[in-house]
Design a protein around this ligand. Structure first.
Ligand SMILES: CC(C)(COP(=O)(O)OP(=O)(O)OC[C@H]1O[C@@H](n2cnc3c(N)ncnc32)[C@H](O)[C@@H]1OP(=O)(O)O)[C@@H](O)C(=O)NCCC(=O)NCCS
Length: 177
């Protein structure tokens, strides 16, 4: 069932749906394409173990993960999620997002980031947190535009496979003071 239909900067339309277990093979294929780029995500290796992926999905559901996938022309082109922490941090959730190459700079990332701030608020979360590589200026720009603020920095936290280091910037969006 379509959660929302959104219009992109170029006039094309994308749909947002809650992730289902049956979407996992296609989602993994898209995620792997971003992992292969080597610049944005933590993982060095592509996801190959679908059983592990299904376990991740089921555990995420149990723990209150909310995950939207974006489709254009019927194909998954990106996803975003919030995943709650537990115990004394259960008012906090971690936000994550990726858009497939070829579908970036069309406004999707901004829309998903804003939508998840609303979704998180509706679900009673008070703080959203994320981290972004200092080299990922586009992502940093989008998060800042959507109200996140830099609240810390881990120096040389990331070492790319081809050698250089980058800092990891911690960002937060306070939903309830
Ligand atoms: C980061 C990401 C989620 C943003 O989504 P998107 O759909 O491309 O973003 P949008 O189209 O909504 O907005 C892009 C904005 O960045 C700006 N931008 C593009 N390249 C930029 C750059 N190198 N530096 C700064 N800003 C840049 C665009 O001008 C646009 O700004 P505007 O809307 O204020 O004009 C997406 O590009 C992506 O998934 N990238 C690869 C994976 C990734 O980085 N995930 C996040 C890890 S923390």
């Amino acid at each position: 069932m379509v959660y929302k239909t959104v219009e992109l900067k170029d006039g094309r339309v994308a749909t947002l749906d809650w992730l289902r277990e049956s979407d996992l093979p296609e989602l993994v294929e898209v995620l792997n394409s971003v992992i292969r780029e080597g610049k944005y995500l933590f993982m060095n290796n592509e996801i190959t173990d679908m059983e592990e992926e299904r376990r991740w999905y089921k555990q995420g559901k149990r723990e209150g993960m909310l995950y939207l996938i974006t489709r254009m022309d019927g194909k998954i082109v990106g996803g975003a999620s919030i995943r709650p922490y537990t115990d004394k941090r259960s008012h906090v959730a971690e936000f994550g997002i990726f858009i497939r190459e070829g579908y970036r700079n069309l406004g999707l990332g901004t829309m998903l980031t804003n939508i998840f701030a609303e979704v998180a608020e509706k679900h009673g979360f008070e703080v959203l947190q994320l981290s972004v590589y200092a080299t990922n200026e586009r992502a940093f720009h989008v998060y800042t535009k959507c109200g996140y603020r830099e609240c810390g920095r881990l120096t040389q936290d990331i070492k790319f496979l081809d050698g250089p280091y980058t800092d990891r910037i911690l960002m937060e969006l306070i939903l309830k003071q």
